[in-house]
Design a protein around this ligand. Structure first.
Ligand code: F6R
Length: 610
């Protein structure tokens, strides 16, 4: 999704903007641009394509400026092109705007402006907004006031940064629905849509909330609400090291993040297990434990991979706590008429904590008075801040667009919540301790699976030319099948379907022939025998079978073409391990196809538009 960065201070902002934009590349984008104001002059440079391209264009110009904004665009209105790229500007080219989000009533506003003589050169909603601000600037003669008036007329979502040649001492930013953060430096300040763009320069940040506008000067900032009332903002310290957001010697972020899982899984449980009491301690849920345990129902809502984590959570919570659980796509939940009672608990899962649909679902549930918990990775993200309580997964920054380590950490946290609530209900201390014992072994088990990386790469080599894949699993491994298929399709562009293994005979079995690779997740769990029957059905139709199996399974090798053996753990924790080979299969196939693994086409890391 789009990225915003801005700088004001004594340094030349050009390299700062370029570095910031590079740090935002992982979010997914199709064009990039910067606007600079210096002395009495200004400059806008934009291009379709990558930030490297932009950097080349800038390097010929020897530009030096102390005030500038930069943007990576992920097309929503109008194709990726130089003209549609941000920053957008007014006719006089003295007012520059970058924008994340969508102005929903842009065509109405455009017609009004056109009647007043405004002309448009791009197809974007953003160009409408900059001209709307221009219209008020001509009447009010003050940038912040003009922005406030313009935003009052806007329907939709925005994170914006604006600079104006006649007020070169500030950047004005505003937020509604799209994240924005200020970076506080020594006699210099930064703005960004994501702290990753700032952390080379400062660890002090201020999170803007919806309907807030801030004037950012080089030595101070002033934040106001939409009614122009000043508000005091807290400065937060962010704890992200630069090497956490670099590739650390790996060819791709995705591989680095897959390989980091022994550590990220450990970080998700660190300090959270009360071994003697056979339970978990989750500071973020403190005071809410009884209310959760007494819930009549738990609803988990999320999107994509986080939704798959929610499905595993459903199996975990229902098995161990006896509380009925429903899992909802946030995009559906937010617009239907969900029946939410005050004694329901809702859990919103989001790596980024900024996914527009999940955030809207959270707000809808809060409005209805239910207890809303967040499970997020990004500290200080909107979902984390707006939830009543919650748990960070502590997986560390996830840069690769395809989610990997966040998924396994989400599952670790869901297992800890399950343990905590189950111990409040029927789970005995002995069983609690048994679970803890298995949870503690997960990092070591993950390490063992990752040692199979080369072997898994060889299996992937055999199938990278396939055009379709089926992923099948049952019970706890059904969501893993969905996740394996999603990983493959998003980075290798191979069509893949995940199904509950037994559903295969209700349709997908028609697809099976000797060209069809079928990945079975067939660990020795409660439904193992049933899955073996499904494997037989595929074998009878000559499908090519890759099985993820338990290490003590000496039989399955006779039935399938390839086996990937993983350590045996309790059923509830199996998905945390069984997904790892599937992440590696997807990774190796995409690499073999020569694709951009970390920034797959059309995808964005943080989906901040609905
Ligand atoms: C898939 C993937 C997406 C995200 C989804 C939700 O690899 O990354 O499906 O899981 O966009 O994102 P978050 O978890 O940030 O809410």
């Amino acid at each position: 999704m789009c990225g915003i960065v801005g700088y004001i201070g004594p340094k030349n902002c050009v390299p700062i903007l370029i570095e910031g934009l590079k740090r935002l590349e992982y979010r997914g984008y199709d064009s990039a641009g910067i606007a600079l104001i210096y002395n009495d002059s200004s400059e806008v440079i934009k291009t379709k394509g990558k930030v490297d391209e932009l950097e080349k264009m800038i390097s010929n110009k020897n530009l030096i400026a102390n005030l500038g904004i930069g943007h990576t665009r992920w097309a929503t209105h109008g194709e990726p092109s130089m003209i549609n790229a941000h920053p957008h500007f007014n006719k006089e080219k003295n007012l520059f705007l970058i924008h994340n989000g969508i102005i929903e009533n842009y065509s109405t506003l455009k017609k009004i402006l056109e009647k007043e003589g405004y002309k448009f050169i791009s197809e974007t909603d953003t160009e409408v907004l900059v001209n709307l601000i221009d219209r008020y600037l001509k009447r009010k003669n003050n940038l912040s006031t003009a922005i406030r008036y313009a935003l009052n007329e806007v329907e939709g979502t925005y994170g914006i940064a604006v600079i104006y040649k006649n007020e070169p001492d500030k950047i004005v930013v505003a937020r509604k629905g799209s994240p924005l953060v200020l970076g506080i430096g020594e006699k210099e300040n930064f703005v960004a849509s994501d702290v990753n763009a700032l952390i080379t320069y400062t660890s002090q940040v201020v999170y803007l909330e919806d309907d807030e506008i801030a004037e950012v000067y080089s030595n101070r900032f002033v934040a106001k609400n939409i009614s122009d009332k000043e508000i005091i903002k807290e400065i937060h310290e962010v704890d992200i090291a630069i090497d956490e957001i670099s590739k650390g010697g790996y060819a791709h972020y995705m591989l680095k993040e897959i390989m980091e899982q022994p550590e990220s899984i450990f970080n998700s449980m660190r300090g959270r297990l009360l071994i003697d009491e056979g339970t978990a301690k989750l500071g973020g849920l403190h005071g809410f434990e009884d209310r959760i345990a007494n819930s009549e129902r738990i609803i988990i809502s999320a999107c994509g991979t986080s939704w798959h984590a929610g499905l595993v959570g459903e199996y975990m919570l229902e098995q161990y706590t006896g509380i009925p659980v429903e899992v909802e796509y946030a995009s559906e939940f937010r617009y239907r008429h969900p029946i939410i009672n005050s004694n329901d608990t809702l859990i919103f899962i989001s790596q980024s904590g900024e996914t527009a649909d999940t955030l809207a679902a959270l707000r809808e549930a809060k409005r209805k008075g239910a207890l809303c918990l967040g499970i997020c990775n990004v500290v200080g993200s909107s979902i984390a801040r707006e939830s009543d309580a919650g748990v960070y997964i502590h997986a560390g920054p996830e840069i690769g667009v395809a989610s990997t380590k966040a998924f396994t950490s989400q599952l670790v946290v869901l297992s800890l919540i399950t343990l905590l609530i189950a111990r409040k209900k029927q789970l005995s201390i002995i069983d609690g301790k048994r679970l803890i014992n298995e949870i503690q072994k997960l990092p070591e088990y993950a390490k063992k699976i990752l040692e199979l990386n080369k072997d898994i790469g060889k299996i992937a080599d055999k199938y990278f030319n396939a055009t379709n894949f089926l992923y099948l699993g049952r019970g706890y491994n059904f969501p893993v099948a969905l996740e394996g298929a999603l990983k493959l399709k998003e980075i290798s562009y191979i069509h893949a379907e995940g199904y509950p293994a037994a559903e295969m005979k209700h349709g997908p079995i028609a697809l099976i022939d000797d060209n069809m690779p079928v990945v079975f997740i067939a660990t020795k769990d409660a439904v193992y025998d049933k899955v073996i029957s499904n494997i037989e059905e595929v074998k009878a139709r000559k499908g090519k079978i890759i099985a993820v199996a338990s290490e003590d399974d000496n039989q399955i090798g006779k039935l399938v073409d390839h086996v990937i053996k993983i350590p045996k753990t309790v059923d509830m924790l199996t998905p945390i391990l069984s997904v790892i080979p599937l992440q590696l299969i997807a990774y190796h196939i995409a690499v073999k196809k020569g694709l951009n693994v970390d920034q797959p086409r059309n995808l964005a890391k943080s989906v901040t538009v609905e």
